[in-house]
Design a protein around this ligand. Structure first.
Ligand SMILES: Nc1ncnc2c1ncn2[C@@H]1O[C@H](COP(=O)(O)OP(=O)(O)OP(=O)(O)O)[C@@H](O)[C@H]1O
Ligand SMILES: [Mg+2]
Length: 230
């Protein structure tokens, strides 16, 4: 049984899809068999993959999982039977039930957050959803990722108390604002296989660092077996 990583935030444009696709690149580079499950009606991951040059396809599969369907959890479970890592890109809202259903089956949930007050306020809804999820998904791990931002100081200062009480960790990795991310997306690539774009090295380093932190998070207890075999 593979592991499920949900990338979720009710706020739009925080970097969910960018995190999903580049993280899939990192897990693939490390030798894992990866599936990106697009749970967002905008189908951004699907469009991203469709942009890739057919002669050099992405090193992981991308497919849509049905939005709003009651059985999205089962669908993701079936994918996890066939793939070692399933990364689910969630839609930018938590009003329909998609995100909640994905979180319910996720081994780890990563919440990309931009370091602005607006993002902090919107993340309160996410925190409440995480608390509700924990009741049933007792093994799930939850972490905030500071994304598209060159400083996490504000977020640290304002969120550390909330985070302490909630058991949600704040990842040490900070995915900075870099032009290489939209540029790679425009070519249908990840930072691991994009060519001829400046600034790719530090981006690769920070996504690798994110990958390592997530492996650590997943490894924390009973998921150790799958990670060891990867
Ligand atoms: N680290 C980054 N540096 C610079 N630009 C970024 C970064 N991450 C994402 N972007 C850009 O910001 C925009 C939004 O990113 P993305 O689509 O990943 O967010 P999202 O949370 O998936 O959005 P939505 O809520 O609409 O699904 C895109 O144009 C993307 O290329
Ligand atoms: Mg998106």
């Amino acid at each position: 049984m593979g592991l499920v990583i949900a990338i979720a935030n009710q706020k739009g444009g925080v970097g969910k899809t960018t995190t999903t696709m580049n993280l899939a690149g990192a897990f693939s580079s490390a030798g894992y068999k990866v599936f990106v499950a697009d749970a967002d009606g905008q189908q951004s991951c699907m469009s991203w993959a469709a942009t890739a040059d057919p002669s050099t396809p992405l090193p992981f599969r991308v497919g849509a999982v049905r939005k709003l369907e009651k059985n999205i959890g089962n669908e993701i479970g079936r994918l996890a039977d066939d793939y070692e890592i399933v990364i689910v890109d969630c839609p930018p809202n938590i009003d329909d039930l998609t995100t909640g259903r994905v979180l319910a089956v996720a081994d780890a949930t990563i919440v990309p957050t931009n370091a602005s007050p607006l993002d902090l306020w919107s993340s309160e809804g996410m925190m409440a959803l995480i608390e509700r999820t924990r009741v049933h998904n007792t093994q799930g791990k939850f972490a905030i990722l500071v994304s598209k931002s060159n400083s996490k100081t504000l977020l640290h200062r304002q969120m550390s108390d909330v985070l302490k009480e909630s058991n949600v960790s704040l990842l040490k990795t900070n995915v900075r604002h870099r032009e290489v991310y939209p540029q790679a997306a425009a070519l249908g690539r990840t930072v691991f296989d994009v060519r001829g774009v400046r600034g790719v090295k530090p981006a690769r380093e920070e996504i690798n660092s994110l990958y390592e932190e997530i492996v650590e998070l997943l490894n924390a207890e009973d998921n150790a077996e799958v990670m060891a075999n990867g």
